[in-house]
Ligand binder design. Structure first.
Ligand SMILES: N[C@@H](CCC(=O)N[C@@H](CS)C(=O)NCC(=O)O)C(=O)O
Length: 439
């Protein structure tokens, strides 16, 4: 392909309107689907639009029907590269054509294509062309088109139910313009007026979402719908990226929007389709590292996303950043256990029993494991402290439980077994054997 296509692939060459405002181009391939093993999904984990499709693919259990290829978050003059051009953890080669860039797929589908080379791309392996490159349509396709191949429990997941369609459409409309695309309008603006117009519209819309979520766990109909999926992909990027990189800094989600923050944490921690589709390394690397017209020196801000900045904590505590202290207390002599099985138990407890669960003041969330001839108790206890209001167990669970394990030499030299770690709001216990156990 000899044609110079960098005007179509280099984000820093993107044309803005004369007033400096960003207008997203309309997607070009808008076909729909037939059944069968013929589709392949190309995504970037950094991209919110592509992440919509990843989430719905998982929610609907389409993993074995539609395979995914992830491109590198490091875009350059030729747009989105595959691993052979830009190796990066979690990035793939193109398994179908060994393409170097996403743009090669577009030009394979249509050599005269003049639009932007965007992700996501839903590819038809049989016809060797693009089925659709518009995420809002791809998620509707995924919602129903493969139902005949799916078990009942997945068929019954309907993210765009008939009875809620008009409400979902109405909400999507302003959420798209003012929030999903609103952050880009603020971030890509090259005039003060365009930026200010976008940023105020964005925060007015977030205020509106906050009011909706104050009384409900979901945006529409008190159930998970595509409206939640479409909003999630923007909100999960908000504090780590949009606040700084796109100057969307009137408020943060974690400090300014308690109901949106609760909704975000619930969705992220309770539903693996959302958590597993979120890759913060790809997100940060792409926005800060590739959009050089916004961030000339590619400096990526430090952020600990899952431990305090965005997603941690329950009601009023942030587990990893709790004021006060963390103290590890060891039990006396008792049964010792090796570190490896202890960690297996901790991980199992956190991943399968605990994460996302709320622990009200005075209550204990616990489980007992039988390990060979003895038992292991794992628990989290919410202390009643006036400055705490219980907590929700977050992704920091494993670390907190390993503190007593590490601090008490389980399986180690001085004969002590497990123990507990105490801080202002809670106590985390890891207790192998029965001696010293008091849960
Ligand atoms: N309307 C499309 C928009 C997709 C889109 O703009 N993707 C961005 C990444 S987040 C992209 O690939 N941009 C590359 C470019 O514009 O060159 C959709 O929702 O699927």
């Amino acid at each position: 392909m000899s044609r110079d296509t960098t005007d179509q692939s280099d984000v820093s060459k993107m044309q803005l309107a004369p007033d400096g405002s960003f207008k997203r181009a309309v997607s070009s391939f808008r076909n729909t689907i037939e059944k069968g093993d013929r589709y392949h999904l190309y995504v970037s984990y950094s991209c919110p639009w592509a992440t919509r499709t990843l989430i719905v693919r998982k929610l609907k259990g389409l993993e074995d029907i539609i395979y995914v290829t992830a491109v590198s978050p490091k875009t350059g003059p030729n747009g989105w590269p595959f691993a052979q051009v830009s190796p990066f953890p979690g990035v793939d080669e193109d398994p179908l054509y060994k393409s170097k860039h996403i743009k090669d797929l577009y030009l394979r589908a249509d050599p005269a294509y003049t639009g932007r080379f965007t992700v996501p791309v839903l590819w038809d392996k049989k016809l060797g062309t693009i089925v659709n490159n518009e995420s809002s349509e791809i998620i509707r396709i995924f919602n129903t088109a493969f139902n005949e191949l799916l078990p009942e429990e997945k068929v019954s997941i309907d993210l765009y139910p008939n009875t809620l369609r008009s409400e979902i459409d109405a909400l999507n409309e302003w959420v798209y313009h003012d929030i999903n695309n609103g952050v880009y309008k603020a971030g890509f603006a090259t005039s003060q007026e365009a930026y200010e117009k976008a940023v105020h519209a964005l925060f007015d819309a977030l205020d509106r979402v906050e009011r909706i979520l104050a009384d409900s766990d979901f945006l529409v109909g008190n159930r998970l719908t595509e409206a939640d999926v479409r909003l999630f992909v923007t909100i999960i990027r908000f504090d780590p990226v949009y606040v700084g990189h796109f100057k969307c800094n009137i408020r943060t989600i974690r400090d300014g929007y308690p109901s949106i923050h609760r909704w975000l944490r619930n969705i992220y921690w309770k539903n693996p389709a959302f958590k597993d589709s979120t890759n913060f390394e790809h997100i940060k690397t792409h926005y800060y590292g590739s959009q050089v017209h916004v961030n000339l020196n590619r400096v990526i801000p430090w952020i600990s996303v899952e431990t305090g900045m965005t997603l941690a904590d329950g009601n009023n505590v942030t587990l990893s950043k709790r004021a006060g202290f963390e103290v590890v207390t060891c039990y006396g002599f008792g049964t010792k256990i090796d570190r490896a099985p202890a960690i297996t138990v901790i991980d199992d407890w956190c991943d399968n029993v605990a994460i996302g669960k709320g622990v009200p003041v005075g209550a204990t969330l616990w489980a007992r494991y039988n390990y060979g001839t003895f038992t292991i108790l794992v628990s989290a206890f919410a202390l009643s402290n006036p400055s705490c209001n219980g907590f929700i167990i977050d992704g920091n669970c494993n670390r907190l439980l390993r503190l007593p394990l590490d601090g008490c030499n389980t399986g180690g030299v001085n004969g002590k077994q497990g123990g507990y770690e105490t801080d202002l709001c809670g106590q985390w216990r890891f207790d192998p054997g029965s001696n010293g156990s008091d849960v």
